[in-house]
Design a protein around this ligand. Sequence first.
Ligand code: NDP
Ligand code: 2IT
Length: 445
Amino acid sequence: MTPQLQELYEVVLRRNPGEQEFHQAVLEVFESLAPVARKYPEFAQTKILERLCEPERQIIFRVPWVNDRGEVEINRGFRVEFSSVLGPYKGGLRFHPTVYLGTIKFLGFEQTFKNALTGMPIGGGKGGSDFDPKGRSDREVMTFCQSFMTELYRHIGEYTDVPAGDIGVGAREIGFLFGQYKRITNRYESGVLTGKGLGWGGSLVRKEATGYGAVFFGDEMLHARGDSFDGKRVVVSGSGNVAIYAAEKAQQLGATVVACSDSGGYVVDDAGLDLDLLKAVKEVERGRISSYADRRAGASFVADGSIWNIECDIALPCATENELDDQAAITLVKNGVQAVVEGANMPSTPAATRIFLDADVLFAPGKAANAGGVATSALEMQQNASRDRWTHEYTEERLAGIMRGIHERCAASADEYGAPGNYIVGANTSSFVQLAEATFALGVI
Ligand code: NDP
Ligand code: 2IT
């Protein structure tokens, strides 16, 4: 980092105390930007970076609701509208008990750069709540979502801010949120939320898009080295939306996915995951991963220890931030891992990332590799705006083309800024230049 970037980073630390994940996300971007700062002195003169680190708007609200026992519960709701220079704020909602402002700001910051990288007209935002949907009845989830939307509706809209899902928020929650928005506003405004059900404005392939896109990106990286997913042994962490469809596409491309996890442990299944069973356990029953192992001959469940101890050629972290630390990275490298593709947002710690880069492991940062989800959300918005409905084949082809484009932009930008093969530098510089040019063009706003 240049002394100017270091100074700026210290300002970010002072202005956002206690928000460790946000600091981490900002630092990772700043570490890539020295050559960009040298090339474009006008960006520093107009304080572009300071502006990009300060969300345009941060909304925090009370979410009161009544549980099945008739008790009042209070949660905290967030929507951080980070940047709208490229389009309406766009990004998911996360419902998880660990959520606090720092989570949402890190995710909103990452989202802004990720969305720029897609090349589509979408700004960056993120929201959520410390509500824990685990173990709640459908009625409780609906009641919570209705209360959450009763405040959120005044801040969002198809030209303003378009939320979607993230951890703990899938089609069920999006349905309850959309229903309440529709009721309050008396508008059938399909484009206000993405990740909708297929029968009421959703897009084919949106559910699969993040996981499929991550594997498409990984495949592009492997092709650049004359390799592919075919015949590879793969470990996926998590067993939610991103993990399931990353595993599905990896297996379609000829890999064997031998493990996945949830917060209670991991399963090893050397024959390759049975995805129909996994979907039945996780999507239909909303059960735990341990019950997959109970029902699958040859599979075993491990409650303690790290999934990253399992030998593999390709690692796909698809659960949550900082789930893959330096110890895990050392083990993966020792076991011969060839590529790490981040399906989750910021799953590798900075120390783990350095270990992969030093060992010349192909490394795809989340903001590039998992951008297929939000890109397909933008395709959902296009279909909503034109009241059209595309086929599965066409939509998946669009997604694959978008991931090829992101890979090309990252590779070219890494070359341009003197770090060939470094997709972190490529992603950060390419998206930053695009955001900075638009911010500069729109004046001091
Ligand atoms: P889901 O809620 O569908 O699944 C999350 C999975 O990760 C579950 O298996 C969950 O286990 C596990 N997990 C979550 N938090 C923790 C934790 N603190 N410790 C251990 N395991 C945990 O979420 P998604 O699949 O949608 O999201 C996964 C990641 O991908 C997140 O980083 C998200 O931000 C990112 N992402 C999601 C996109 C999307 O379109 N959905 C798009 C781009 C990125 P358990 O059930 O036990 O909690
Ligand atoms: O992190 C992400 O990119 C998402 N959770 C998806 C956001 C979206 O608007 O589809």
